[in-house]
Design a binder for this molecule. Structure first.
Ligand code: RTP
Ligand code: MG
Length: 134
């Protein structure tokens, strides 16, 4: 069984789409093992997105992800990382398939609704950051 760390980002939370998003992962067959609503401070946001430090969009990314409440969750299942990213869709919502979360609900790359870990190693690191006792 694999695990993945998902964030329902502040744009999605604000639009009242948290339930819709979680339901899509559950329907895919992924099981919820942890869930928490919180607002990130800058330090956690920078750690979470550490791989993007130095990129031109890093400042905006940190500002956006700390801009309001979000919901963090850990999902478990076979190939959870890949399965969740399929449900989420491509990074740029204009390139994301219809039927994916980003394809259905977003337009801008900077406000693309959901984060999903990009590898089992990232998932472990990110899950520890949000749920140290898991
Ligand atoms: P995420 O980490 O949020 O799940 O997204 P991802 O794997 O699909 O994409 P990643 O390359 O990790 O980028 C992280 C987030 O940074 C923003 N971004 N903006 N302006 C740009 O060119 C650009 N590129 C990436 C996106 O909000 C993306 O989700
Ligand atoms: Mg990523």
């Amino acid at each position: 069984m694999d695990r993945t760390l998902i964030l329902v980002k502040p744009d999605a939370f604000k639009r009242g789409l948290t339930g819709e998003i979680i339901a899509r992962f559950e329907r895919k067959g992924l099981r919820l093992v942890a869930l928490e609503q919180r607002t990130l401070d800058e330090a956690i946001a920078r750690q979470h997105y550490a791989e993007h430090e130095g990129k031109p969009f890093f400042g905006e990314l940190v500002e956006f992800i700390t801009s309001g409440p979000l919901v963090a969750l850990v999902l478990e299942g076979q190939d959870a990382v890949k399965a969740a990213r399929q449900v989420i869709g491509a990074t740029n919502p204009l390139e994301a398939a219809t039927g994916s979360i980003r394809g259905d609900f977003a337009i801008e790359v900077g406000q693309n609704m959901v984060h999903g870990s990009d590898s089992p190693e990232s998932a472990e690191r990110e899950a520890k950051l949000f749920f140290p006792n898991l």
